[in-house]
Design a protein around this ligand. Sequence first.
Ligand SMILES: Nc1ncnc2c1ncn2[C@@H]1O[C@H](COP(=O)(O)OP(=O)(O)O)[C@@H](O)[C@H]1O
Ligand SMILES: [Mg+2]
Length: 477
Amino acid sequence: MKATSATPSTSAPVAHNALPPPSATSNARSSRIAPHSHIKGLGLTSDGLAAPDGAGFIGQTNAREACGVVVDLIKSRKFSGRALLLVGAPGTGKTALALAVSHELGVKVPFCPMVGSEVYSTEVKKTEVLAEAFRRAIGLRIKETKEVYEGEVTELTPAESENPLSGYGKTVSHVIVGLKTVKGTKQLRLDPTIYEAILKEKIVVGDVIYVEANTGAVKRVGRSDAYASSYDLESETYVPLPKGDVHKRKELVQDVTLGDLDAANARPQGGQDIMSVMGSLVKSGRTEVTDKLRREVNKVVKGYVDQGVAEVVPGVVFIDEVHMLDIECFTYLNALLESPMAPTVILATNRGNALVRGTTDIVSPHGIPVDLLDRCLIVKTDGYNREQIGKVVQLRSNIEGLKLGAGVLERIAEEGERGSMRYALQLLTPASILAGLAGRNQIEVEDIKEMNELFLDAKTSATNIGVGGGFDGGKMW
Ligand SMILES: Nc1ncnc2c1ncn2[C@@H]1O[C@H](COP(=O)(O)OP(=O)(O)O)[C@@H](O)[C@H]1O
Ligand SMILES: [Mg+2]
């Protein structure tokens, strides 16, 4: 990136190529928000009222409107030093609300979910886990103009040659890639390492990609809309055929988080030889991100911001089951809330009055010490009725591409009312497997019945044990 050369390089240990590709980071966290992919926002009207359903959100109107107020506060910078606390039974949409708030704050606003109990690790300090989550919730949007080759892939041919070194088999010597734009086509002869990147990004003919001229980094933009299918809903993004020449200068926007920058710079950056690979395996560990490194990263980031190359995008850190934190973490959390570059903090719990962990006698609402509670705006989530559960199940089955036979929706909604929203949603996937085993591509009521024979919902399970007197007496079976 050009920006580093512009900064005086005396105090910049943060290498520029240290920017990791955003897709390579926090995969585990993105899979955590996958069950909420139908949630696009809070679904409020311009005067802040919640329609019965909007933006994928069904019901829960009070909580949605309250969260809308919080979004306004955040946008007008009147929420710093405070936190939003969501309180309600499991499966009532607390995580969904937190995610919706981050959507409302803008596109590509980082959302960093964690669970209170994640802080307990034998390797990493408790406070360190919190600090890292906060860093992952602060985004940096970097704009830069780069020389690229961009177009729709028309040809992708690896050229093989005998490997002179090993005698075994062949290696790819180069790869021929054809790129097409509205204006013309161009054939590129690229290095084998770029071919690896192409395979990794799963690029095929018909995708629109660009290759950065300096670094050889390959990015898949989407699928050319000439190949658009007729499905109403799918995960693919279709893009138009790029305009202009294949070889051009293009403004690229890269979104990374401070956490990504910390991690990338903590890893030793050796060359290609085997020692440095081994070295990085041994040395790479979470403990390497020190406060010193974070300060260095901050300094470089500030430089970019001052030059107008980058923009800070404060995101949302979501701490679920916050009652699992202990007094030490709560104190640290207070300090983090005060820090100048803090993300929005959303906490969630399903506990009532509880002992604050790490103390022997402090009982407090939601297991949260009062000095933190004082900073919180508390929003309660309500349970759902059968109709609302049915609507959410319908949304999810559309997204997951599942077909529901007659009466299935009603049946699942009924199960959900007995169990919970989450139980209802979780019936979908296994039921579709049962349907598949029966040779159908549509879930039928009998699949749900079979599910009930195979599995128990929590309430039934607990009742069974209650009646049988528990496992220990051996009376249950
Ligand atoms: N009001 C709602 N509208 C749409 N989907 C919802 C709603 N409430 C919950 N969900 C979905 O139900 C599932 C469970 O909700 P979740 O937010 O995980 O509950 P909680 O965090 O309170 O335990 C998720 O897939 C969520 O997206
Ligand atoms: Mg949750």
